[in-house]
Design a protein around this ligand. Structure first.
Ligand code: SIN
Length: 489
């Protein structure tokens, strides 16, 4: 097995890699073993303030930098991430747990946001509206919102950051990044790529701290921070909405999900099994777009369950750096508790365990946060797993008979991020895609994330879109200039 890292990183403020005021640090640990893999400065309010000062000072120069030059820096940062992919992926697996192959995939995915938004930087067009009055002309400008705070999660420590920093930098904004305290080392390595690509001092700043509440409070009370982009839980998202009211700050919120995964009886079953596995067990089930409820039409229910069982039973669970690992540890023991609570609750209310259903605690698993990949048969609305996000490797199967019935079941959620279905019927494909109340629909596809697609949810999954051609709009203000006394041509 490759060895985990041992890395002591720093805050990045105004182009300098520094310790926290007062010098305190916190340990970063490997969720597979509990061992220390590095440490980060425990940033204070003064550090957050200094990072905002640095971002504000860098703003006039960066917004005035020609778009083509901003784009060049983003492309170079993407190249550097690829060159350093082994180092970044090893750090990611060490602190987050995901299998190394997935971590390398994430580095590529993360780099693709820099590349995509480099292109978008070069196409921030304005408009000239047709005149309504002979003497007037209306000009529409799109300008950077200003200083941005990016609050990023532990499940995709590189990609969720570049999905925010890419468009922010492309638009001409400067940023303060606060990564999850479980996974700050990956964040530091990615920021080093941006810096080494030539981003001027203060364009991106990194603050790590165990006190997320203090960081948020400092950010929300500083009028120079004009926008906050957050990926995380719906609960915290609601707190941020409340906090944003005082200064009417712009927000982008990518919050919880509870994706339905529908298999109609005309689906290609093997493709559907692969799709569900990719969606459900990626990152050990710790994604906001994970399938959390699988609805299978009665005619193919047994066949689908058996095929899925055959594949899930042979998934290798282990340390993410060990050869052949498919499922790594969960992020911590609370995540294991939640997965197990959902499984035990479902069984107590009548679901049948097809495979898995237990914590792994012996031998190599003894010190880690491991849960066996699990399938539950016969999930109903009475069970917690039907309405709550599990964030673990647990698939619950529910049988259905008609299209109307499954649409009602699928839309019965407070969340509206991702949804999926498999069918070979083209008319049904269009119909179902239109009726699912979700921001993202995977039709015959279990992996839906890509830099060129607008990622985001409806209902309590948040608002704003990341990626795609609209992703940059989140970092731009629209201004209109009325030009009077122009006269006639
Ligand atoms: C997420 O879990 O929030 C992001 C997943 C992705 O980008 O694919």
């Amino acid at each position: 097995m490759a060895t985990t890292i041992n890395l002591d990183e720093h805050l990045l403020i105004g182009g300098s890699w520094i310790d926290a005021t007062g010098g305190a640090r916190f340990d970063v640990t490997d969720p597979a073993t509990g061992n220390k893999v590095g440490s980060m400065p425990n940033g204070t309010e003064a550090d957050v303030q200094a990072a905002i000062d640095a971002a504000a000072a860098a703003l006039p120069g960066w917004r005035a930098t020609p778009a083509i030059q901003r784009a060049r820096i983003l492309r170079k940062a993407a190249d550097l991430m690829r060159e350093r992919a082994d180092e970044i992926a090893t750090a990611m697996t060490s602190e987050q747990g995901k299998a190394l192959a997935e971590a390398k995939g994430e580095v590529e995915y993360a780099a693709s946001f820099f590349e995509w938004f480099a292109g978008e930087a070069e196409r921030i067009y304005g408009e000239i509206a047709p005149p309504m009055n002979t003497n007037n002309r209306v000009l529409v400008l799109r300008q950077p919102v200003g200083v941005v705070a990016a609050i990023t999660p532990w499940n995709f420590p590189a990609a969720m950051m570049t999905r925010k920093l890419g468009p922010a930098m492309a638009a001409g904004c400067t940023s303060v990044v606060k990564p999850a305290s479980a996974t700050p080392l990956t964040a530091a390595l990615v920021l080093r790529c941006i810096e080494d690509a030539g981003a001027p001092a203060g364009v991106v700043n990194l603050v790590t701290s165990r006190d997320a509440g203090m960081v948020a409070k400092t950010i929300f009370s500083d009028a120079r921070v004009r926008k906050i982009s957050f990926t995380g839980s719906t609960e915290i998202g609601k707190d941020l909405i409340r906090a944003s009211a005082d200064q009417v700050k712009r927000l982008s919120l990518e919050l919880g999900g509870h994706a339905p995964y529908i298999i109609f009886d005309d689906a290609d079953l093997d493709e559907a099994v692969e799709g569900l596995i990719a969606s459900k067990y990626r990152n050990a089930g710790q994604t906001c777009v994970c399938a959390n409820r699988a609805f299978v039409q009665r005619g193919v229910y047994d066949a689908f369950r058996d095929k899925l069982k055959a594949k899930v039973e042979v998934m290798k669970v282990g340390h993410g750096l060990a050869e052949g690992t498919v499922i790594g540890p969960l992020i911590d023991s609370r995540a294991v508790d939640k997965a197990d609570e959902h499984v035990q609750d479902a069984i107590a209310k009548g679901a049948t365990l097809v495979t898995g259903g237990q914590r792994l605690t012996e031998g190599e698993f003894a010190k880690g946060a491991f849960y066996a990949p699990t399938i539950l048969d016969g999930v109903t609305r009475e069970m917690d797993i039907f309405y709550e996000e599990t964030f673990g490797p647990v698939a619950g199967l529910t049988v259905f008979d008609t299209e109307d019935e499954v649409i009602e079941l699928a839309n019965d959620s407070i969340y509206g991020l991702a949804s999926y279905f498999h069918t070979k019927d083209y008319a049904r494909l269009m119909r179902v895609a239109e009726r699912l109340e979700y921001g993202i629909v995977g039709a015959n596809a279990g992996i839906i994330s890509a830099a060129n697609a607008p990622f985001g949810g409806v209902k309590q999954s948040g608002y704003g879109r990341e990626g795609g051609s609209v992703g940059i709009d989140e970092y731009l203000d629209v201004k209109y200039v009325l030009m009077g006394a122009v006269g006639t041509v």
